[in-house]
Write a protein that binds this ligand. Sequence first.
Ligand code: AHG
Ligand code: MN
Ligand code: MN
Length: 342
Amino acid sequence: MSRGPKDRIGITFSQHIALQQKRFPGATGTFTALLQEIMVAAKIISREVRKAGLVDALGLTGHTNIQGEAVQILDEFANETIIRNVRHTGHLCVMSSEENADPIPIPEEYPRGPYAMTFDPLDGSSNIDANVSIGTIFSVHRRVTAGGDGTLEDLLQPGRSQLAAGYVIYGSSTILVYTTGTEVHGFTLDPTVGEFLCSHPNIKIPESGGIYSVNEGNTSGWDDPTRRIVDGLKNGANPVGKAYSSRYIGSLVADFHRTLVYGGIFLYPPDRKSPRGKLRLLSEAAPMAFIMEAAGGRATTGRESVLEIQPTELHQRVPLIVGSRREVEWVESVYKEDADAR
Ligand code: AHG
Ligand code: MN
Ligand code: MN
């Protein structure tokens, strides 16, 4: 990973976004303030994740979410923390969360703002009890409706029009990575001062890497081109001509972060169980695709660019193939050959 301009290393996230804001003369500071609130929520979630085993915060709540998944205590805590931290500030007109069936309105008593935000409060939550890395993913769009309460229309926007996207990974350290579409920057939480400090300015993914990442337990449900691709990554029948190493954590944030840092490819292709893919377009695939492309990589469903998809449903799922340019372009070409031969 290229670390880019060294002079930003060590400055706080707040200082960094204030510097970025100065690049846009007409900026009102509303957007900067929203990012600040997200960062504060991330610190609170990080604190809770760190002590989860000590305070009875592990395990299930006993109910399921809109997608039929078991909700963990920490899922609920993260969801409520984000909603509480951002809803009163006047930056947003509407929100949506992976954990809520419908758009989350801004309560009557608070002002409405110019942005709409979608988030996955806790990604990889099936890994929590095993102390594996988990994360938070967020995506911000400018509202498209005129005023008053935001609507579904403000949330159902293509990934390409995101103003910002980012994730926080609660791993061996807590790292926040974000982009406004041009550069990608990473910040590490220094727990002794309670601040996110710039540790990875201007992250660029390597053109090509040595690792592929996919849940191979799904092999029997894959289509032919997907099998050929994964076989090719293993046996060297790929344009780079080498056999790749395999890593799969099962937390998108963690698998994605490793791919961004080391290069290579992450795939969650469609399979018989999830014919439209498993990952959620608005809260997982689109923000990760936006970050990956800003870092010089690529993101596709195999058949189209993730960022060009016009969403039709809040919890829509898509295949996601993301990573270094060289590997992803090859995968796209295999799917295209297969489609052309039909
Ligand atoms: P979430 O915990 O937010 O529901 O997301 C889980 C997702 C994602 O983090 C990961 O990439 C994927 O599910 C793993 O799925 P499999 O267990 O099917 O491999
Ligand atoms: Mn998730
Ligand atoms: Mn989640």
